[in-house]
Design a protein around this ligand. Structure first.
Ligand SMILES: C[S@@+](CC[C@H](N)C(=O)[O-])C[C@H]1O[C@@H](n2cnc3c(N)ncnc32)[C@H](O)[C@@H]1O
Length: 790
């Protein structure tokens, strides 16, 4: 842990019952989970104790030493990056920090000399400038001076970019630790001042330090424009936007600066800022037509990315009417129309989207189907999602794109971040750590979206969110400066919201081809925040399921759902009750009380302990080494831990399903030698496995009956099992057995069942089934019959 992260953990609000403790515990990322939790709790107590101590003057480190050490860190960081070294960084998040809610005009200045440790200087602001190059840690580390020439280390977290970060003013600074640093978690607590700002009038920097020739010196508006263009051409969008803004402060009538800034904002993903600039250009009289056209095009794109597809369509129509035959405009027009259609009908080209499954930013609209958020007071956050009408199994309920996401392959792999999350007392992965900054950055450029994130559930220690969602009214923002955010972003709240709502969006991929995340180390799994999906509560055997194609999340009904019935999602799945409770701990500290968990618990502790042991034995690698006889005896052992006395129709016995499947696979492979007997036995085992997964398999129909019903399926279609991928594979293996037995007619209903299940989970019909399970069907010689008969 870097010293600044460590000291950052020390400055907290008042908490009761401190204990006198020696010193903070050592935290490192390689600690086992239980030890990490123990030390985190100790750290929490230690921090609470620190908060009880009165504010004090810190021991200051001399200016020269701070600057020298900053240069040294800067050089070594550059050198390591130059050597291609991966830099591993750790921080702590989720403790109570401070984000200012007061506007700058209501604050009074404070010199560094007056800053105390363990104190939040509410009502004050610090005017400062950097005197050494910034260094990237988890955040950005700078050394700043105040007017008197006193120097201090400033750590800025969650700021959109480190390019040109030379803070001028910090809202309500809080210093920390005996050798203090100032830690700022929210980018809304930093304002970059224009040289003409009233806050700089009459300001003298007494140290006599002259910054190395800063490009951000005063120029003419034209000069700012060309500087902005230079930044733009080298991909430095934020610096470009800042340069255009400086020009606009000098002369707000230069519409070209707005036009160029709109494009810089588009590249940054600051869509509401881009909309304001483009609309401004269109509102100015006598702007030449070529510039109006550009503004129209940029406005169309910004509206598109803000998911206002009708608004985008309108702008692209205008553009196309003046530029007939230009493909770019008509392409955007068609995309706007397609997205609008998707958002209204819920009809998507799932096959085409699946073909692009490796992408992490797929072009798809959001869709809200027959669902609504309702107050459900029995849950944390007090809300849940219910069906607005009767819903059939497989029906599409919601399609969502992430508000922000961190996928391993698009985060900077030269830097790996880890963070100790004090909410969960667990180590967060790289993607989970990065996600918080991404959420804040998205709000930075799109401040009117803030309420949609702010109103999500933030854990048991936070204020309860409103009982309805989404928030009814979005705040309106006009022209936006890249130097300050339009809203006060509460960084701690954002961290808490990511903790309780983020998903791990493992991307669906063709069977046999991993999306790359499953095999990677834990720290490389993706993490994303989806808005409406965050309102669903958990059940282990839920009546709805979610999956991601690329970054597009689709939620579908996994059972028939009645009007007004609550719709639940599985936050995690594991055949072992205790493992599930472990994974759900942060959400349900008292344990899950869904009907499936209750049923499992009613079997008694002794049986549950046996199941846990068997769950270990049934691990994929262990099973792969077992002989047929061993697998058979495993089935016997597992059968005993699901007592017949507790039998109920359609009861899900996940371990038994795995055990029968293991036997079925072994027999299937052995069938080359003892064809008929083994193939039939294999079919029997797979059928038992499917039944243990909760699938209802109607009695065998006669051949004549089957021929009459062309669409006959081998299973009843009232629910999708939680382990559907395994079930589809088993169905195709049953079909393969029948084909080898020369009973093709019996194979087809199983292929149909697999295809139905795939469609219920993913949509896309037969075509997507053939695509996703292509290599499996090929291997089993089923491709032709599947193509023909489905
Ligand atoms: C992602 S939020 C779900 C929506 C939340 N109820 C709301 O009002 O925003 C997750 C939180 O909801 C609550 N929750 C979800 N499923 C639950 C369940 N089965 N039992 C009790 N609480 C649950 C827990 O507090 C959990 O941390």
């Amino acid at each position: 842990m870097s010293p600044e992260d460590f000291f950052a953990a020390m400055s907290q609000k008042q908490q009761p019952a401190p204990q006198v403790l020696q010193g903070p515990p050592q935290i490192s990322m390689d600690l086992p989970p239980d030890e990490l939790r123990r030390r985190s709790e100790e750290l929490e107590r230690w921090m609470a104790h620190q908060r009880q101590l009165p504010p004090a003057k810190p021991d200051r480190v001399g200016r020269q030493m701070l600057v020298q050490s900053q240069y040294a860190s800067h050089d070594s960081s550059k050198e390591r990056a130059g050597n291609g070294e991966v830099q591993l960084r750790m921080t702590i998040g989720g403790f109570e920090g401070h984000s200012s809610k007061n506007p700058l005009k209501d604050l009074s200045p404070i010199p560094l000399e007056e800053l105390l440790v363990r104190k939040i200087h509410t009502g004050r602001y610090l005017l400062c400038r950097t005197i050494a190059p910034c260094v990237r840690t988890v955040g950005i580390q700078a050394v700043v001076e105040d007017q008197a020439g006193a120097a201090q280390t400033l750590a800025i977290y969650n700021y959109p970019t480190s390019e040109g970060s030379t803070p001028d003013y910090v809202d309500e600074p809080a210093t920390q630790g005996p050798h203090p640093i100032i830690r700022v978690d929210s980018p809304s607590d930093i304002v970059f001042l224009d040289p003409s700002s009233p806050y700089l009038q009459g300001v003298e920097w007494r140290s006599g330090f002259s910054p190395p020739s800063s490009p951000l010196i005063s120029r003419t508006p034209e000069g700012w424009k060309s500087l902005g263009n230079t930044y733009f051409q080298s991909g430095k969008w934020l610096l470009a936007a800042r340069a255009y803004s400086r020009g606009l402060i000098m002369d707000p009538t230069v519409f070209l600066l707005h036009l160029n800034r709109a494009e810089a904002y588009l590249r940054l993903g600051y869509y509401s800022a881009a909309i304001a600039d483009a609309e401004h250009v269109l509102s100015v009289p006598n702007v030449p037509q070529a510039s109006r056209d550009k503004a129209t095009f940029r406005l169309g794109k910004a509206l598109y990315f803000m998911r206002d597809y009708l608004g985008a369509e309108e702008r692209f129509k205008v553009w196309v009417s003046t530029h007939p035959g230009e493909a770019d405009g008509s392409g955007w027009l068609a995309r706007s129309q397609s997205r609008y259609r998707e958002s209204q009908t819920g009809e998507y080209d799932w096959v085409e989207l699946f073909r692009q499954h490796k992408k992490t930013d797929l072009d798809a609209a959001e869709y809200t189907g027959p669902v609504e958020v309702k107050a459900l007071s029995s849950y944390g956050g007090g809300r849940g999602v219910v069906a607005t009408r009767e819903v059939k199994v497989g029906e599409l309920l919601v399609v969502a794109k992430p508000f922000a996401a961190a996928f391993p392959d698009c985060t900077n792999q030269k830097e790996l971040f880890m963070s100790l999350n004090m909410h969960t007392k667990a180590m967060e992965t790289h993607s989970q750590t990065v996600l918080v900054s991404r959420v804040i950055e998205t709000i930075y450029g799109n401040p009117q979206l803030y309420p949609q994130v702010r109103d999500l559930y933030a854990g048991p220690n936070a204020e309860s969110p409103p009982s309805s969602y989404p928030p009814k009214k979005a705040p309106v923002f006009g022209l936006m400066s890249p130097d300050s955010v339009g809203v006060d972003i509460d960084a701690d709240l954002m961290q808490a919201i990511c903790t309780y709502n983020s998903f791990t969006p493992s991307r669906e991929s063709p069977i046999g081809e991993s999306d790359g995340t499953a095999k990677r180390k834990d720290m490389e799994t993706p993490s994303a925040l989806y808005l409406l999906p965050s309102l669903f509560n958990h059940a282990c055997l839920s009546n709805a399921g979610w999956h991601c194609i690329g970054d597009v999340m689709a939620i579908r009904a996994m059972a028939n759902i009645g009007a007004g019935e609550e719709i639940t999602l599985p936050y995690c799945w594991n055949p072992s009750l205790s493992k599930r409770q472990e994974h759900l701990k942060k959400h349900l500290p008292q344990g899950c009380s869904c009907s499936f968990c209750q049923q499992e618990r009613s079997d008694g502790d002794a049986i549950l302990a046996q199941r846990d042991t068997l769950a270990e034995t049934l691990g994929d690698e262990a099973v792969a080494r077992m002989s047929l006889a061993q697998r058979r005896s495993l089935v016997e052992e597992v059968t005993v831990v699901y007592p017949a006395s507790q039998e109920s129709q359609g009861r899900v016995k996940p371990l038994l399903a795995k055990a029968h499947s293991a036997v079925g696979r072994k027999l299937f492979l052995a069938a080359v030698q003892h064809l008929e007997r083994d193939l039939k036995a294999s079919i029997d085992e797979f059928i038992k496995a499917l039944e243990a997964s909760g699938i209802n398999i109607p009695k065998k129909q006669t051949k004549k009956n089957r021929k009459q019903t062309k669409s006959h399926l081998a299973i009843s279609t009232d629910r999708v099992p939680v382990d559907y991928d395994r079930c589809i594979m088993e169905m195709s293996m049953i079909a393969a057995c029948f084909v080898r037995l020369g009973e093709e007619d019996d194979a087809i209903p199983w292929l149909r069942a697999g295809s139905w299940l795939c469609d219920a989970v993913l949509g896309g019909g037969k075509e997507l089934f053939l695509l996703k399970y292509s290599s499996l069907l090929e291997r089993q010689g089923l491709r032709e019959i599947a193509t023909k008969s489905l």
